[in-house]
Design a protein around this ligand. Structure first.
Ligand code: ATP
Ligand code: MG
Length: 563
């Protein structure tokens, strides 16, 4: 027999699946991703999506998309649309296998009737609060409801009336009759149905009762012939309940396998908290590029390939994992380094006048689009007498290790010429407002004809040709690794980073980006990766800073390596 130890490359989920296939427990593999349409997908969901679709692909099976839409009060069509868009964008295709728990409401109702007839479910008049009190605790057994022994006929009649809308919200529930003394609280007669006179986004007003998640979920998996129900650890304690329902009904029994949720540092992932961030205007919306949602990451410029590589890279574990956001950014850089065309853009412009360059002249220089990808080719970048460089690339009085521009010093303008700073012009407050330089006409392309050494290479944009752009620089949304780690009288919202967004209105970008469509990604040389935002209208481009060039993850690894 093969053991998990002899197949070290297999995680526990794949080990379980392969054992099942070998033993003929299931003829193939059918997984599903089961979102509740009550919010937008986040990076944790991406992990589950990647896992479920990867398992289906690996074992030649299928992965269903099923909306677990059992709570009409919180669910909306727009969330369904956004979820589908996000999964497609991530690169996955569920084919025709799009399902809804609400499609099974009639079947679930019939099965509930079957359980009542078998004496395994009853209508209870206790309120939800009373049910909680009767339920007991981890150390104390629960107490039976006074209605627990209702005769089958009465239960059937009351349940029918619940469905018909004869009772008020909250006045009755249907409960499974299992064991009020079970050490597993999930088995202490869990609620199966509640009365909820609410309009459902798909079934309209057809129902006055709605199944609880625990009653709908396992049966939905069973109806769809799911073989492996992959879910997160908090459902481990629910598994005995799901098994109980399936056995009582005598229907197809999927195998449930639990793994640890993915948590990401410096952000929150609970949908309730994300909704609060949106509703309380801490961010601009669900797709605000600071959010951990898929739509925000798309808008920010994260490539789907990077998210997939991240999700697959962190692996599946049983232990709670909080992964550094630096690792996600590392994958983003890795992918963009290979795929994003380079351009020159100046975020904080400082004007430079090249005094020996003729006023009426201009020049076109050849620039490499992507040194990592020869097929990306080259482009022409215009040069002129007035250019902009980055304010940070000049210091009037430089310290020893500053090799960039300073009075009297020569630097290389990328792809262009060598220039020497001859004069510094300041305003009344002593701020540097302009530099005067001379260039060496013999250095076209950036090489000194006599081979003299020039240390620094700066990026630049021609003043006459450059495009003004807005740049949105994002930083972490929270100041601490775990934003919810606050004192008891504290509030997680107090850990929101006040500097999570810095808007620059007057960046200057080389003209080749004119007309770039929203979603286009570039590397601004020496600065970082940027993506055109959909807010762009007319001539002024708006760029989101996807990520800077500095790879914090690689540095962490390097330090660990040296330690
Ligand atoms: P809630 O149920 O509180 O609304 P949820 O995040 O569980 O929030 P669902 O829509 O139920 O949202 O999740 C859909 C699927 O995504 C579930 O199978 C769930 O296990 C999985 N999932 C959700 N969050 C994570 C996470 N952080 N890591 C891995 N999988 C996750
Ligand atoms: Mg859930």
């Amino acid at each position: 027999m093969t053991t998990a130890e002899s197949r070290p490359s297999l995680d526990f989920v794949r080990t379980a699946i392969e054992d099942d296939l070998k033993q003929g427990r299931f003829p193939g593999v059918v997984t599903r991703f089961p979102p509740e349409p009550n919010g937008y997908l986040h990076i944790g969901h991406a992990k589950s999506i990647c896992l479920n679709f990867a398992l289906a692909a690996q074992y030649g099976g299928k992965c269903h998309l099923r909306f677990d839409d059992t709570n009409p009060i919180k669910e909306e069509q727009r969330y369904i649309d956004a979820i589908k868009e996000d999964i497609r964008w991530l690169g996955f295709d569920w084919g025709g296998n799009e399902f809804y728990a609400s499609d099974y409401f009639e079947q679930l109702y019939e099965w509930a009737v079957k359980l009542i007839e078998a004496g395994l479910a009853y209508v209870d008049d206790l309120s939800l609060e009373e049910i909680r009190q009767y339920r007991g605790t981890l150390t104390e057994p629960g107490r039976p409801s006074p209605h627990r022994e209702r005769p089958v006929e009465e239960n059937l009649d009351l349940f029918r009336q619940m469905r018909d809308g004869a009772f008020e919200n909250g006045s009755k529930v249907l409960r499974a009759k299992i064991d009020m003394a079970s050490p597993n609280i999930n088995l202490r007669d869990p609620v199966m149905y509640r009365i909820l006179k609410a309009k459902h986004h798909r079934t309209g007003e057809a129902w006055s009762i709605y199944p609880m998640y625990d009653w709908a979920h396992g049966q939905s998996d069973s109806i769809e012939g799911i073989t492996h129900s992959i879910c997160t650890l908090e459902f481990e304690d629910h598994r005995p309940l799901y098994d109980w329902f399936i056995q009582a009904l005598g229907i197809h029994h999927p195998r449930q396998i639990e793994f640890a949720r993915l948590n990401l540092s410096h952000t929150v992932m609970s949908k309730r908290k994300l909704l609060e961030l949106v509703n309380e205007n801490h961010v601009e919306g669900w797709d605000d590029p600071r959010m951990p949602t898929i739509s925000a990451m798309r808008r920010r410029g994260y490539p789907p390939e990077a998210i997939r590589a991240f999700a697959e890279g962190v692996g599946v574990t049983k232990r709670k994992q909080t992964v550094s956001i630096a690792l996600l950014e590392h994958h983003v850089r890795e992918h963009l380094n290979k795929s994003a065309p380079r351009i020159m853009g100046v975020i904080k412009p400082l004007k430079v006048v090249i005094e020996n360059y003729p006023e009426d002249q201009s020049d076109e220089l050849e620039a490499v689009n992507n040194p990592e990808d020869e097929s990306a080719g080259t482009r022409k970048v215009p040069f002129g007498r007035e250019i902009y460089i980055e304010q940070d690339d000049f210091m009037e009085d430089p310290p020893r290790k500053f090799f960039r521009l300073a009075p009297g010093r020569e630097v290389r303008l990328r792809y262009a010429y060598l220039v020497t700073c001859t004069e510094v012009i300041k305003d009344a407050d002593g701020n540097v407002t302009e530099l005067r330089c001379t260039y060496d006409p013999e250095s076209r392309g950036g090489n000194a004809p006599d081979g003299r050494k020039v240390k620094a290479t700066l990026h630049w944009v021609s003043a006459r040709h450059g495009l003004r752009a807005e740049v949105r620089e994002y930083n972490a949304l929270f100041t601490q690794e775990d934003p919810t780690d606050v004192p008891e009288d504290g509030d997680w919202r107090e850990t929101i980073n006040p500097d999570s967004l810095n808007v620059v209105l007057d960046a200057i970008i080389e003209p080749s980006v004119r007309g770039a469509a929203p979603g286009t990604r570039y590397q601004f040389e020496r600065i970082g990766y940027f993506c055109v935002d959909p807010d762009t209208t007319g001539d002024t481009l708006i760029f989101n800073r996807t990520v800077t060039l500095r790879d914090a993850w690689a540095n962490i690894k390097k330090r660990e390596g040296n330690a």
